[in-house]
Write a protein that binds this ligand. Structure first.
Ligand code: NAD
Length: 323
């Protein structure tokens, strides 16, 4: 059987697939037009963040499993896959630590102005120290949008390492889970008004697309920071640019963009009060191995008739009578 690797993954995952006896095919490009041509007799796929569209799925004659190397599945046309009875898997629980740490790195880098002060020293501006512009995070309020695996881990670490006060907005979470970290479940407006740091950890869905726009950013304190570790379209980038350049908020950090990679004329790239990272929060040396093994194991399980760990489209497969 053949497994298509749409974007490179760590060799530990490839070795696992090879030792199960599968042929490995690397896509010539992650471009959906190219993948559509190469998918024909493929049995399993491992996909990272590249779009896996209905156009590709239509061309697939033998595909049984699409295994997402990561958590967010917004790049996969799950509806089309489910109609064809193709299982969609992901790798929850293996990247929480890495993304939570990246989030905390952003919180610290913003509050301590790491990027600015490093630049200042290099150009002889040692007196930047007299601006008294960096802050402690101890005791500050952290607002978490989306209290799942990553959001709740950020809460725990920030609560217990930095004694931060935790506010949570998540329409689907139990109050007790939030209270476990001495957090408070609040509505989105309260969270935005009262937080010193807001961090986004919700999935991209029709409900969360554009969740943070002009109105929401204007509710935030002028001294506050916002961090997006989830997906670019959850905030309105144009509104974020306005908020940062007009001083509605102090600063921001993001790992994700509406368009990835962002074009060089994206105004976010011109602003100094935002820290940018190239969608790599989960790409630590350790995490790429965990994601490669977990996504590959999912393919092996499906193609050898075992039940895989994390089926994303179980209810849709049921709806279409495929299981
Ligand atoms: P998860 O499913 O464990 O948690 C998501 C949480 O968001 C859930 O508690 C859910 O109830 C909540 N939620 C759903 N709709 C919401 C809404 N409208 N408003 C507020 N909260 C809502 O997922 P996770 O593992 O914590 O990952 C969260 C997201 O982070 C992923 O969907 C993915 O997009 C993103 N992510 C990014 C990276 C990266 O490299 N930057 C890596 C991993 C995950």
């Amino acid at each position: 059987m053949k497994v298509l690797i749409v974007q490179p993954i760590h060799e530990s995952g490839i070795n696992l697939l090879r030792s199960a006896g599968f042929d490995i095919i690397y896509a010539s490009s992650p471009d959906p037009k190219v993948v559509s041509r190469e998918i024909k007799d493929i049995d399993g796929v491992i996909v990272r963040t590249a779009p896996f569209t209905s156009e590709i799925i239509e061309q697939a004659d033998s595909l049984k499993v699409i295994s997402r190397h990561g958590v967010g599945v917004d790049n996969i046309d799950i509806e089309s896959a489910s109609k064809k009875g193709i299982l969609v898997l992901n790798t929850p629980g293996v990247n929480d630590v890495s993304v939570a740490e990246h989030t905390i790195a952003m919180i610290l880098a913003l509050s301590k102005r790491i990027k600015d002060i490093d630049n200042a020293v290099r150009i002889g501006n040692f007196s930047i120290r007299e601006e008294y512009s960096i802050i402690d995070i101890e005791g500050k309020t952290l607002g978490i949008i989306g209290f799942g695996r990553i959001g709740s881990l950020v809460a725990k670490k920030c609560r217990y390492a930095f004694n931060m006060k935790i506010l949570v907005y998540d329409p689907y979470v139990d109050r007790e889970k939030v209270e476990d970290v001495n957090g408070e479940l609040v509505d989105l407006e309260t969270l935005l008004r009262d937080s010193d740091f807001v961090t986004i950890h919700a999935p991209l869905s029709s409900e969360t697309r554009g969740l943070i726009g002009e109105r929401e950013l204007r509710l935030m304190k002028p001294s506050a920071f916002i961090i997006n570790m989830a997906r670019g379209p959850i905030w309105d980038e144009t509104a974020v640019v306005k908020a940062l350049s007009e001083g509605w908020i102090k600063g921001a950090g993001t790992d994700v963009f509406e368009e990835e990679p962002p074009s060089l004329d994206n105004p976010l790239l011109k602003l100094n009060n935002i820290i940018l990272s190239p969608h790599m929060a989960a790409l630590t040396k350790e995490c790429v191995i965990r994601m490669a093994i977990c996504s590959a194991q999912g393919v092996v399980d499906v193609l050898t008739g075992k039940t895989p760990k994390s089926i994303v489209n179980y209810s849709l497969l049921k709806k279409y009578g495929k299981i």
